[in-house]
Every structure is written in structure tokens, then in C-alpha cells.
Design a binder for this molecule. Structure first.
Ligand code: 13P
Ligand code: SF4
Length: 304
């Protein structure tokens, strides 16, 4: 629309003036993806936050992603345009609960999915994303690993390691709703399509998929594959990147209802306001940030 066009131009001008970069997760609305300097999965955006040489990061995503950026770059100003954009899964475990687990399983190491609060990361040995969860688990000396908070990702990782995985009982409210029946129905409707799903899906969904990838992993696979059609088992926002990066290919959402409302709270007006006011700002107290940084840095140091 012409309003979007005006906002887009204002954002581009102010971004220069403010020495800001805009990072957007693959689930953001298309208009926001289009104004970003980098669109990616959680791992790519964490790396970008650390590597971009800018004074200000405008993080179009949910709170734990902006927190991770603030932890990695304490000298940068990190703003989250939608102050109330949270990840319900990240709220399914607290730092106190991690400490209780440590007492109950003193020999176990703790792997925290990045979808956690800074306080939970601070209690953990290493972080991971959907793109490197197996590598994070395998990098540890311990034979027992507490994996939190996502039980589905934890069980997925358990398929690839000899270590004993103790998964916490959290889950993503969007991915956990997808069912194996949906995959079977999608295969009947689209017999030539490849089925790509996110590891936050239930084990029964994963069993029926052709491949399991992070959001950006799906984009890379779809572009490189000789196949033309894909069923996509993740949040529907990814379809914008898939269609953009893989022209001529066709993508069907596994579920049209797979919408993360928190990822849709960011719009162009909020991005512009965030650039004008440097608010809502995300900061992490250095005492917590220092411990969380160790866990995140261990993840970033994993071989790529
Ligand atoms: P990715 O790291 O694969 O983009 O996943 C982030 C997320 O929130 C999935 O629901
Ligand atoms: Fe959290 Fe799920 Fe939304 Fe990802 S899709 S941000 S895991 S609620």
C-alpha cells in the first residue's frame, strides 16, 4: 500500500541517520522482512547481531531473540519494536526450575534452546537453536543431558545421540498443534511434494516428514532440491522467504492456522517508532548477561 511505501522510505532514511541495522526473523510479516538488513533463523540472527558493525539493532522478532542480541553486544542499543512480543515456550521454564534440575541430576549437563530467558541461559552450559541442537549436545562431556524447554526438539535430538536426553516438558504452541494426520492428508493432496518440518513438531509429524530443518535450513534445502513442490511444516511467515528465494517453486503450508501471533506483533509503524525513540529497549543486567554469554558463545563456537 502507499502507507507502507511511505513508512518504508522513512525507515530507510532514519536507519542511516541512526546508525541502525534491522534484523527480522523468517516469521515476520512480509512488509517487515522487506525492510530488514538481514532475514534469517535464530542462529543466523544471533550471529548477525554480534557481527554487524552498527550502534543500534532493531530486532523484529520476539523478546528472547532481542535479549540474545543484547547479551552478545552489550555496547549496542537493542530495541524490540513490539514490546509485548514474547515466546510462550520460553516462559515454560524458569531459572529456579533449572537449579532444581541441577540438584536432582548433578552429573547431567544442561542445554538451553535459545527460546529461553536470559536467566535460564545463565544457568545453562550451552545454548542451541534448531540448526545446531545435535552438535551442541554432542559437544558436551557429560553422558546425561537435560534439554530444555522444548520436549519435541529434545526427543528429536535423542534420535541422533548416544547420550541420555532428559527433556523438559515445554513445547511451541504453534508447532505442537500440527498432527501426523495433517501430514498424511497433505501427502494425499500433494503427492509430488517434499515434506519439510521444523524440529519443534511432534515426533509423529517428524516420522512422516522427508526432512527436518530450521527455518532457514528449509529455504536452503528447497532452493537446492530438484523438486518443485513442498509442504512446509512450520509457521506460515516462512512462505514469504521461500517464495522469494526459490522463484518458480510452489509451497503449501502444512497448516494455514500455524501462525505465531507474537511474531506478527511487529509492523512498519512500530519499527519507525522504535528508530525514532530507541524504545522499547531491551537490556540484560551484566551479572546475568555475563553467564548467559558463556553459554551462547559456546554455541557460536561450535564447528559450522
Ligand atoms: P528457527 O531458529 O528455526 O528460525 O526457529 C525459531 C522459532 O521460534 C521456531 O518456532
Ligand atoms: Fe515461540 Fe513457537 Fe512463536 Fe517460535 S513459533 S516464537 S517457538 S511460540
Amino acid at each position: 500500500s502507499s502507507l507502507d511505501q511511505t513508512l518504508t522510505e522513512q525507515i530507510a532514511a532514519l536507519k542511516e541517520e541512526r546508525d541502525a541495522v534491522i534484523l527480522a526473523h523468517n516469521y515476520q510479516i512480509p512488509a517487515v522482512q522487506e525492510i530488514a538488513d538481514r532475514v534469517g533463523d535464530s542462529l543466523e540472527l544471533a550471529r548477525a547481531a554480534a557481527e554487524f558493525d552498527a550502534g543500534v539493532i532493531v530486532f523484529c522478532g520476539v523478546d528472547f531473540m532481542a535479549e540474545t542480541a543484547a547479551i552478545l553486544s552489550p555496547e549496542k542499543t537493542v530495541v524490540l519494536p513490539a514490546a509485548d512480543a514474547c515466546c510462550p515456550m520460553a516462559e515454560m521454564i524458569t531459572a529456579g526450575e533449572v537449579r532444581v534440575l541441577r540438584e536432582r541430576f548433578p552429573d547431567a549437563a544442561v542445554v538451553a534452546y535459545v527460546n529461553t530467558s536470559a536467566e535460564v541461559k545463565a544457568e545453562s552450559d550451552i545454548c542451541c537453536t534448531s540448526a545446531n541442537a545435535v552438535a551442541a549436545v554432542e559437544s558436551l562431556d557429560a553422558e546425561e543431558v537435560i534439554f530444555l524447554p522444548d520436549r519435541n526438539l529434545g526427543r528429536y535430538v535423542a534420535r541422533f545421540t548416544e547420550k541420555k536426553i532428559l527433556p523438559w516438558d515445554g513445547y511451541c504452541i504453534v508447532h505442537n498443534r500440527m498432527t501426523a494426520d495433517k501430514v498424511a492428508a497433505a501427502r494425499r493432496s500433494h503427492p509430488d511434494a517434499g515434506v519439510l518440518v521444523h524440529p519443534e513438531c511432534r515426533p509423529g509429524v517428524i516420522d512422516l516428514a522427508d526432512h527436518v530443518f530450521s527455518t532457514s535450513g528449509m529455504v536452503r534445502h528447497a532452493c537446492a532440491s530438484p523438486r518443485r513442490e513442498f509442504v512446509i511444516g512450520t509457521e506460515v511467515g516462512l512462505l514469504h522467504q521461500l517464495e522469494k528465494k526459490c522463484p518458480g517453486k510452489v509451497f503449501y503450508p502444512l497448516s494455514k492456522q500455524a501462525v505465531c501471533v507474537n511474531m506478527k506483533k511487529t509492523d512498519l509503524a512500530k519499527v519507525l517508532a522504535a528508530l525514532e525513540r530507541f524504545e522499547p529497549r531491551v537490556t540484560v543486567p551484566e551479572e546475568t548477561a555475563a553467564r548467559a554469554r558463556t553459554a551462547i558463545q559456546r554455541m557460536l563456537d561450535l564447528p559450522r
